[in-house]
Design a protein around this ligand. Structure first.
Ligand SMILES: NC(=O)c1ccc[n+]([C@@H]2O[C@H](COP(=O)([O-])OP(=O)(O)OC[C@H]3O[C@@H](n4cnc5c(N)ncnc54)[C@H](OP(=O)(O)O)[C@@H]3O)[C@@H](O)[C@H]2O)c1
Length: 284
């Protein structure tokens, strides 16, 4: 979801982009790699100014069994360790690595920024291990950890799963709707990644809009933008019964996260308000 748009945006901005693929490379801009084997095609990172790593199996794709949790973890930590080592060995100046806003755990109404501590639960632990997997590159390269919120784009990601529910008149609040949802438009997420590639930023960066909303407000705004009523309430007990930990941590927990670093560094948001972000996603 993010990578495809990012490649287009970087190329549009005059950058040359190479893509690492796990299958056999079949285009001039592709280079092969095999993360579990720790292999990257020879010379793939020669002369590269920055590596952007957006790897990870979909957090909302399947119920979180123990086996699935291992896949979610390994598909993030293993590629990150391989890339961090390659960046350090190859003298690549920057590693921009995905992480997620789940790093902070469930923070209720408290405003959280990049200085806030990590929380409890599976997602927070996953994010800590994911971020720790960049260790080999720390001190050798500029390392950015992208703590991204819910990305609002035309398709893909969790929003890509939520949107059809609203379109089929099934949109509704989750639990009591008071949990905060840190979100960002796809255009802004891509622009923010390009911004940290091009500027001397390092450390954690909240990739979220300046205006996180509660789930109740999110539901109303998305319903309004899609011209659909949102009368339903998915009770917390039912979500937990059907989705287990994923409901508890992914849907019923929240973070009132703000993009302190991006704002301090002068990043300008194209879609600071949720309604405009949803409208932009729907228009595509
Ligand atoms: N979208 C969001 O709302 C959101 C929010 C917070 C954080 N993030 C994080 O941002 C990153 C990009 O998100 P996205 O929505 O663009 O995800 P996406 O569309 O699902 O793309 C994930 C990428 O990870 C690769 N991948 C999956 N398993 C892998 C493995 N075992 N080894 C190596 N690569 C693997 C996939 O490669 P193939 O194409 O080869 O399958 C794909 O290119 C992810 O790490 C995600 O957790 C996203």
């Amino acid at each position: 979801m993010i990578g495809t748009s990012l490649v287009a945006a970087l190329r549009g901005g005059g950058h040359e982009v190479l893509r690492l693929v796990r299958r056999r490379p079949s285009a001039p801009d592709e280079r092969g790699w095999d993360p579990p084997a720790g292999r990257i095609d020879g010379g793939a990172l020669d002369g590269v100014d920055a590596v952007v790593n957006l790897c990870g199996a979909g957090v909302g794709d399947k119920r979180w069994s123990d086996a699935r949790k291992q896949v979610l973890l390994d598909s993030r930590t293993v590629p990150t360790e391989v890339l961090a080592a390659a960046v350090a060995e190859g003298g690549v100046p920057a590693l921009v690595n995905a992480s997620a806003i789940g790093y902070y755990g469930d923070t209720g109404d408290e405003v959280v920024d990049e200085n806030s501590p990590s929380g409890t639960g599976f997602l927070a632990g996953l994010c800590r291990q994911w971020e720790a997997a960049t260790a080999a590159a720390e001190g050798r390269a500029r390392v950015v950890r992208l703590r991204t919120g819910l990305v609002i784009g035309p398709s893909g990601g969790l929003f890509g799963k939520i949107r059809p529910l609203f379109e089929f008149f099934l949109g509704g609040r989750l639990g009591d709707g008071r949990q905060y949802m840190p979100w960002i438009s796809l255009d802004d997420a891509v622009a923010a990644i390009r911004f940290v590639v091009e500027h001397d930023v390092s450390g954690p960066v909240n990739v979220t809009s300046p205006s996180p909303v509660t789930n109740a407000e999110f539901t109303r705004t998305v319903g309004h933008a899609l011209h659909r009523p949102t009368p339903w309430v998915a009770p917390a007990f039912a979500l937990k019964a059907v989705l287990g930990d994923m409901a508890e941590e992914g849907l019923l927990a929240g973070q009132r996260a703000v993009p302190r670093v991006l704002e301090q560094r002068g990043f300008r948001f194209l879609h600071p308000a949720l309604g405009a972000a949803v409208a932009a996603a729907v228009e595509r």
